[in-house]
Design a binder for this molecule. Structure first.
Ligand SMILES: NS(=O)(=O)c1c(F)c(F)c(S(=O)(=O)CCO)c(N[C@H]2CCc3ccccc32)c1F
Ligand SMILES: [Zn+2]
Length: 262
């Protein structure tokens, strides 16, 4: 898309000049603070459907200059939300090898990285582009990532990451069981109304942030946080892609619903 970055003259504090919603209300990410939380016993465990893709199928892994993005088939769905949502893509936010870079924080704790699986309200809208600016358009599953145990599920695409080092590069990768990227427990999560965390920052996202983080090994994390550039291959000055997380936004008197009672 048009020029925007995370730092410098087109960085997060400047987005609102070209993308007015970025200066609006109900923005994401936010700090998930205990004092804003309210237990909601009606929030059912998240259920995923058709996440177990076969290796015969291929997915597009791409570097769009802002994040590493994996395309997903719309038959992948989630339920346990007010409506049914179909997947469109997943992507990651990270810091650097030494600086954590999750987007959401929990009582001020920032995690090493964060994965987002973007879904759109397929009951109501034909595709994600039509849904993206509708208040009931999108639902994103957010998974916090810590450095720890090796996680074979991440290698399904990390092993191809050197094929998309530069902006606009894409490769086809064999599909896999995307459920393996999620925490084992899908019943404990935070829920709030927010926005895209990148321009155009539409306030159209029902956020579900799982309480349990997942892990990847230090080697896997180094690969994610050091392999990519936000610049194109032919550009003379390569710009490393890291720190692609937005600053924390105001709670704007929002309540964070939680599905657990501790
Ligand atoms: N953190 S996040 O989940 O809010 C989020 C991103 F962080 C992100 F990078 C992207 S993007 O499409 O890769 C690049 C910017 O549009 C999207 N893509 C969204 C933005 C608008 C749009 C329109 C069609 C398909 C996907 C998206 C996104 F929803
Ligand atoms: Zn994201």
């Amino acid at each position: 898309g048009a020029e925007w970055t995370y730092t410098g003259q087109y960085g997060v504090q400047h987005w609102h000049k070209q993308y007015p919603y970025c200066g609006g209300v109900f923005q994401s990410p936010i700090d998930l603070q205990t004092q804003l939380m309210k237990y909601d016993p009606t929030m059912a465990p998240i259920e995923v459907w058709n996440y177990n893709l076969s290796a015969q199928e291929q997915l597009t892994l791409g570097n769009n200059g802002h994040a590493v993005k994996l395309s997903l088939p719309s038959r992948m769905r989630i339920s346990g939300l007010p409506r049914r949502y179909s997947a469109t893509q997943l992507h990651f936010h990270w810091g650097s090898p030494t600086v954590p870079g999750s987007e959401h924080t929990i009582n001020g704790k920032r995690f090493a990285a964060e994965m987002h699986i973007v879904h759109f309200n397929s009951d109501k809208y034909a595709n994600v582009s039509v849904a993206a600016d509708k208040s009931d358009g999108l639902a994103v599953l957010a998974v916090l990532i810590e450095v720890g145990e090796f996680n074979p599920a991440f290698d399904h695409f990390l092993k191809f990451i050197n094929g998309i080092k530069y902006r606009d590069q894409r490769v086809q990768v064999p599909a896999f069981n995307v459920r393996d990227l999620l925490p084992s427990q899908l019943d404990e999560y935070y829920r709030y109304d927010g926005s895209l965390t990148t321009p155009p920052c539409y306030p159209s996202v029902l956020w579900t942030v799982f309480r349990s983080p997942v892990t990847m090994s230090h080697r896997q994390f180094l690969s994610l946080s050091t392999a990519l550039y936000s610049s194109r291959a032919q550009e003379s000055v390569p710009m490393p892609l890291n720190g692609n997380y937005r600053t924390l936004q105001k709670p704007d008197h929002r309540t964070i619903m939680v599905s657990f009672l501790d």
